[in-house]
Ligand binder design. Sequence first.
Ligand SMILES: [Zn+2]
Length: 363
Amino acid sequence: MKRSKKPNYKLRRNIAKILLVMIVLLPIFIINRVKILNAPLYISNLKYSKIIDTLFSINYTKDEIKDTINYLKNNKKINDKTNDYIIELDDKGYNKTTIDYVLRNLKSSQITEFLSKKYNKDYEEYIKNDLFKYSKFDRYLNYQKNNKNLSIDEIVYRIELNLDKEYYEDSVIVKNPNDITVLTNKYLEIPEDYEPDDLVDMSDDYANNSYGQKQLRKEAYDKFVEMCDASRKDGVNFYAESAYRSYDYQKIIYDNYVYENGKEKADKFAAKPGFSEHELGLAIDLANIWTITTKGEEYAWLSKNAYKYGYIFRYKEEWEDITGYAAESWHIRYVGVETATKVHKKGMSYEEYYIKYIANKKN
Ligand SMILES: [Zn+2]
């Protein structure tokens, strides 16, 4: 049989394809290879902050990392100690985020202490957390031991709120009692002499004034009126049964509860003077003849709409171990429309929201 002279197009096409792929990939391959071969030089030209990052982001082998670190050390880019720390941390199995954090934030003595701990995957989770503070490490671990069901994130923000401490123990006096968004609870105290300077009397239309004139801060009151008017249009009615309380008045209430129930029980539902949101002039206890309950139409309406007027619920059943209070379906707090909207969207307790997004300003 005669051989076919017909050229093999299929083969040619495949060769062309391979060549094309090589032309595209070769430079990438060469650049990477050069980077790896010249790793010490390449890295030593970077600022320190980028060194660790780069060191662990290109796929160096362990030996290449060690060579590079040695080179950096010899050229005084990093000192002997740092060199040893990087190698030890890496040997222990810590990832670059952890190594980076440790080198940047920890004192020598703390690094030594950290290295004395057995490798723990949780530590990497802790260190990654925005609110992580090395000084609180032992508190996190203790709290975790007693609260195994919580995530690392929950542990870190709860420690930030001092929830591992006893109520009123080491409480801190807030610096901004006049701020609409201020947080007060059993760990954050309102200065004893604080009295809002913009309290206004509430009208009988919106408050039960039959045993004492009710007051609220002006902005909170204006929004409360708006909210009540809107709810009444929807056929839902409620009014303020309690609003602003002075330190002295809160003291009378608290002492009375303690007298009747004992301190431990009273602390579950009543605030010690200096620790009640009512002293801010931004909190209201609602009623519609009887106290508002979670089953009523008032609660349903407020759950859907209160944030539009700057109000949030503070004490829900699922937050009891965070707020330190038994659920209060009648207690609402004014924080301003913008903040209330964000809190509502996140579905968080105000404690969690405050510590993550206000005290540690991120968006
Ligand atoms: Zn209340």
